[in-house]
Ligand binder design. Structure first.
Ligand SMILES: C[S@@+](CC[C@H](N)C(=O)[O-])C[C@H]1O[C@@H](n2cnc3c(N)ncnc32)[C@H](O)[C@@H]1O
Length: 395
């Protein structure tokens, strides 16, 4: 849905990405409005380099377009939304710099605006990476919904940048004001974090997983992923319970996170090519690192590809043999199954006839209904009290 946002300086038409007319969710919230109102009411000069971190759908970057902001995001969807929203409002795309979490941070930051992300780890990593560019005169203002700002959030600002206080709440949003202290002894950046996988989960048992900040389940294996790993189609000798298990072919780890699923397949089926896809730059970097620490052979390495994107968009039709996914059911804080639908639809389009989509999910999510609707079939591969592994075949 495209909707009109009234800011102190303009009326903007904004939408999320991908734009969906059935989607009633706006591309901004009260915390974006509060921050923009504060900047206008306080007469804050936005001189020098303005850095916007954590903008969800580009509302802040678009509203502040005249100040030539630098956006830092971990999300491919945020980048696409920002580009589309800038264009929708006639902004010159060249006036804005769009950086990802994997890029070098700006050398100097004069105004730092932080839309508090869902992940405290991502906030920690971003503040630590930006801190060297912050000086005693940098204006730092954070914003978020009250439920997203915790004592731990404020402590991070305190520990990394300097003294921090919050505003009163307005429309369930709150601002964070931080006065940078350039003399502060900053903590070392703990990211990326690695952990060792448990036993009994197939080819990755006892292996190492590398996690960049903000990645799904960065400190321990997700229980759904664990169940999935016990039932993947590894082939003869593996622990999978289904699929023809033939080696070779093209496998996609869709929504790869730290890449544990695709790495398990690469180890079990070394003649296969594995494509790791995620919309998070940190996730794709983690997947690449996980894959590399577990495959020491140069020939094996040639068989993996790492791609940041929206699901399977951009992949040719009928080009893959197996898609494996533990789909997200949250998108930037909102609970939604729209992404899972897009992923399943993308799998139907990109699988070759006879190719299979394997999905793990909570039983209550009812993915089998969606799979039957899209593929005309859905088979239960495994289940326990909480999870199901389902398989759909492209006929
Ligand atoms: C439930 S996590 C699963 C991660 C990993 N496969 C695992 O099992 O640990 C879902 C993943 O999907 C990714 N994701 C969300 N929306 C996406 C999209 N539109 N396209 C690709 N990946 C997406 C998230 O960033 C997240 O890493």
């Amino acid at each position: 849905m495209t909707d009109r946002m009234t800011t102190p300086s303009a009326e903007l038409m904004l939408a999320r990405f991908p734009e969906d007319s059935r989607d009633q969710l706006r591309a901004w919230d009260a915390s974006d409005e509060y921050l923009l109102r504060h900047l206008a009411d306080s007469g804050q000069a936005l001189d020098g380099t303005v850095v916007v971190v954590g903008d969800r759908w580009g509302a802040l970057t678009t509203a502040l377009g005249a100040h030539g902001p630098v956006q830092v995001t971990d999300s491919f969807l945020t980048r696409e939304a920002t580009r589309a929203n800038l264009a929708r409002n006639g902004a010159d795309p060249a006036s804005v710099r769009l950086l990802t979490t994997r890029d070098a941070m700006p050398g100097r930051t004069d105004v730092l605006l932080v839309r508090v992300p869902k992940s405290l780890a991502l906030l920690e990593d971003q503040l630590l990476r930006l801190a060297p560019s912050v000086h005693g005169g940098t204006v730092v203002v954070g914003t978020g919904m009250v439920k997203e700002i915790h004592t731990s959030t404020l402590k991070l600002f305190e520990r990394i940048l300097g003294p921090t206080r919050t505003s009163l709440a307005e429309k369930k949003a709150r601002l964070i004001f931080c006065t940078p202290n350039p003399g502060l002894a900053r903590p070392a950046n703990p990211w990326p974090l690695s952990y060792t996988l448990p036993d009994g989960i197939g080819p990755v048992s006892g292996r190492t997983v590398v996690n960049e900040a903000g990645v799904f389940c960065a400190e321990r294996l997700d229980i759904g992923t664990r169940f999935f790993l016990r039932h993947l189609p590894y082939g003869a000798g593996g622990e999978g319970t289904g699929g023809d298990g033939a080696d070779g072919g093209r496998i996609v780890d869709l929504g790869c996170g730290n890449g544990v699923v695709g790495t398990a397949m690469a180890l079990a089926r070394p003649a296969s090519e594995v494509l790791f896809v995620d919309e998070s730059y940190q996730a794709v970097a983690s997947a690449e690192a996980t894959y590399r620490v577990n495959t020491d052979d140069a020939a094996e390495r040639g068989k993996a590809e790492f791609r940041v994107g929206d699901g399977l968009n951009g992949l040719p039709e009928a080009s893959v043999d197996l898609v494996l996914t533990n789909p997200p059911f949250h998108s930037h804080q909102a609970t939604t199954d729209a992404t899972a639908w897009r992923m399943f639809g993308g799998a139907r389009r990109t699988l070759r006839p006879g190719g299979e989509l394997w999905v793990v999910g909570n039983r209550h999510l009812g993915y089998h209904v969606k799979l039957r609707r899209l593929f005309g079939n859905s088979e239960l591969v495994a289940s326990d009290a909480k999870f199901v592994v389902l398989k759909a075949v492209r006929r």
